[in-house]
Design a protein around this ligand. Structure first.
Ligand SMILES: CSC[C@H]1O[C@H](OP(=O)(O)O)[C@H](O)[C@@H]1O
Length: 352
């Protein structure tokens, strides 16, 4: 099976599989300017916390190439270079506010830029770091699959939300990667995936990824999750994350909180799969996570066609926060963390 990899760097050009066109068309957008990458992230041509982080890393490379020299091609001094790079990095970091991977990747790239003494080697050094972030992400996802697969319900059923597959990462995925890892060890379980309005990551992306993987999955409207859980048709729920606070509170696609409450009400384990790059120990709880509010037109229209009367007002938060008390375990690349999350997450991130 050809692995799905939505992000490619090809000799100075960043190539992104345009996720607004899937599953009908596989269109690759080619970018040579960091501003294009910011737009692609903001417009969700590339989306998913880890994928956004990898894209941001390559955007910093493109920015460095632009600001390293003056209009005559002469290299600037390091100080002026860093001022210009910081300015571009701010625009990149601001593309979307909730997924911490974006700010994490930009910060990591800036640290490398600050440590590189030779400006003539800067772009190469930063490109190496961006490629390393991309390669590490796939390895991390496979490790999460290995740790998380034992949570999958052999003979039972799993429900997942939004898209957390290869399209949301460098490859393999996070929560969908855990499902894949369980399946590929020979487990057999029923899979339900929600359509995930309004952007339909589940209907358009996850359903497509499961087809590519040969894993049968049943698509449901978001509001059908409750009846499935109540009638005993769901053994566990697993989702991704965009930012995990120090206490385990987790921001994820809108609707995740509702699924977690329904799971708790029905005595169903609720798992989150998230790389440590999605954990933000700088914030004590989910109360500090900024929730992105997207245009109401994403609710009242789909791909330009109206799905509501002209002029209707729409509220469109892209994420919500699930308090840690509703979360049974958080799967990371360093192991499965269970409550109390504060200590476990510190350990997962290599802390004391
Ligand atoms: C593997 S993280 C995927 C994460 O990102 C999604 O949000 P979006 O599609 O808006 O980028 C969703 O929250 C997923 O759980």
């Amino acid at each position: 099976m050809n692995e799905i990899r939505p992000i490619h760097w090809d000799d100075g050009i960043l190539k992104l599989l345009d996720q607004t066109r899937l599953p009908v068309e596989q269109v690759v957008v080619e970018l040579d300017d960091y501003r294009g990458a910011v737009t692609a992230i903001r417009d969700m041509q590339v989306r998913g916390a880890p994928a956004i982080g990898v894209t941001a890393a390559y955007a910093v490379v493109m920015a460095a190439k632009e600001v390293a020299t003056d209009d005559k091609g002469t290299f600037l001094d390091k100080g002026n270079f860093l001022v210009g790079l910081q300015e571009a990095a701010q625009a990149i970091s601001a593309a979307r506010p909730t997924a911490v991977n974006l700010q994490w990747a930009v910060r990591r790239m800036l640290e490398v830029a600050e440590s590189e003494p030779d400006l003539s080697n800067m772009v190469n050094r930063l490109l190496g770091e961006a490629k390393l972030i991309q390669e590490e992400d796939e390895e991390i996802n496979r490790r999460m699959g290995d740790f998380g697969k034992s949570l999958m319900p052999d003979g039972g059923s799993v429900l997942t939300h939004c898209n957390t597959g290869a399209l949301a990462t460098s490859a393999f995925g996070t929560a969908l990667g855990v499902i894949r890892a369980g399946w590929e060890t020979g487990m057999r379980f029923k899979v339900f995936n929600t359509e995930t309005r309004p952007f339909l990551q589940g209907a358009r992306l996850t359903a497509w990824e499961f087809q590519q993987l040969g894993i049968p999955a049943t698509l449901i409207v978001d509001s059908a999750a409750g009846i499935l859980m109540r009638q005993g048709d769901v053994s566990c729920v697993i989702t991704g994350a965009d930012r995990v606070a120090a206490n385990g509170d987790t921001a994820n696609k809108i609707g995740t909180y509702s699924l977690a409450v329904l799971a708790k009400e029905n005595g169903i384990p609720f798992y989150v799969a998230a790389p440590t790059s999605t954990v933000d120990l700088s914030i004590p709880s989910g109360d500090e996570i900024q929730i992105e509010e997207r245009a109401g037109s994403e609710v009242t229209h789909f791909q330009g066609a109206p799905t509501a009367p002209v002029g209707v007002e729409a509220f469109n938060p892209a994420f919500d926060v699930t308090p840690h008390r509703y979360i049974s375990a958080i799967v990371t690349e360093n192991g499965v963390v269970r409550a109390p999350f504060v200590e476990g997450l510190k350990l997962a991130l290599g802390g004391p």
